[in-house]
Design a protein around this ligand. Structure first.
Ligand code: GTQ
Length: 360
């Protein structure tokens, strides 16, 4: 037998008997004509022993990205673009608008006076505010003003438009689940038929009704998404501060708080897990890995993240991605605050999620 180590089209290595394969080749050709293919040539790559993400660790410093956002403003209006967004493409997944196989990340920039017109789609979105103030998003008939560090949700199939009423640019991180929607061929979208949607609830209504650990008697949730659609940074920051006084930091995560839907106690979004964590100054984490590829956006503080043997120094407004099953550690040179999102909630619902603490 003439055994060889070969790399198949799918990029995995296996032992192949070249002569036997050559003899089978006419069969493969005839089968292919009928759209039939032999599983034994691809099985190892289809059902891997461990997660093998095609994504790689990557980091973007805001000072590098911001000039491109400004240049985008010179070359296209929000009106023409519909959404003026620069997409973070994972270097392992070029040209696919993916930061991980399942998730989208982009920076949206909106200038004073501009409006991003109302539309709705099955894909859910999160906004995490990076720079600017006095810009709003309107979701399902209610407007909310946004500030840096705010976490804002656009639930599936809700009308949403964005506008900037300030005198400076507004930049936020868009996180969307459209790759999950598209995997299942379940996407719909439509325009509102008018630039801005009609508002029928006063600003702050959602937070007043559902954001104080109480729910109105007879409350019926409108969807599986949290009815709180803006989690203000002020409150989140305060919660982290308080918790850092009452609990010891987790050895892997520091002080990490997950955003929850107050109606269910579960994650704030049905398809995207979101969290904010405080790494105290001098904190050095234990290694951690999970099957949920995660995107981090730094709010405050400097430090270093190590992902496998790749190291990135992070600073405020840095963005980095940790792919599935890559071990990660943090070192915080200053008190650091990190927002993050992942597909963990989807994996948990499907019994896929796995995590491992420490070095094994
Ligand atoms: O603001 O509705 O980054 O529909 C990508 C698709 C933002 C949005 C994105 C979208 C939006």
């Amino acid at each position: 037998m003439n055994m060889d180590v070969a790399t198949t089209d799918e990029g995995f290595v296996e032992t192949v008997d070249r002569e036997a394969e050559a003899a089978r080749s006419p069969f493969y050709g005839r089968a292919q004509a009928l759209n039939l293919a032999p599983l034994w040539r691809v099985l190892g790559g289809l059902v891997t022993e461990e997660p093998k993400s095609p994504a790689v660790p990557a980091h973007w410093a805001y000072a590098d990205v911001r000039p491109y956002l400004m240049e985008a403003c010179d070359i296209i209006s929000t009106e023409e673009a519909e959404r003026r967004v620069l997409v973070f493409e994972n270097p392992g997944l070029p040209g696919q608008s993916r930061i991980t196989p399942s998730l989208f990340a982009g920076y949206q920039i909106i200038l004073p006076g501009e409006v991003a017109p109302a539309h709705r789609h099955i894909a859910s979105a999160l906004r995490f505010i990076i720079e600017g103030k006095d810009a709003y998003t309107a979701v399902a008939g209610e407007k909310t003003m946004m500030e840096p560090g705010d976490f804002v949700i656009t639930p599936s199939w809700t009308w949403h438009d964005h506008g900037n009423e300030s005198d400076g640019p507004m930049v936020w991180l868009d996180g969307l689940d459209m790759h999950i929607v598209n995997l299942l061929s379940a996407s719909f979208r439509e325009g509102y038929g008018g630039k801005v949607q009609e508002l029928h609830r006063p600003e702050g209504a959602a937070l007043a009704e559902t954001g104080c650990n109480m729910l109105p008697e007879g409350y019926v949730p409108p969807s599986q998404s949290s009815p709180i659609f803006n989690y203000p940074y002020r409150r989140t920051r305060d919660a982290l501060d308080q918790v850092s006084r009452t609990r010891n930091p987790d050895p892997c995560h520091g002080h990490k708080m997950n955003y929850i839907n107050p109606v269910t106690g579960g994650p704030a979004m049905p398809t995207i897990t979101t969290a904010m964590q405080l790494l105290p100054k001098g904190f050095s984490s234990q290694p951690y890995r999970s099957t949920a590829g995660t995107i981090f956006s730094v709010v405050e503080g400097r430090g270093r993240v190590r992902i496998g043997d790749v190291k990135f120094d992070f600073a405020p407004q840095s963005l980095f991605v940790v792919p599935s099953w890559w071990p990660m550690t943090f070192e915080a040179a200053e008190d650091a605050i990190l927002f993050s999102y992942s597909d963990r909630v989807v994996q948990e619902k499907l019994d896929f999620f796995r995590e491992r603490r420490g070095n094994d």
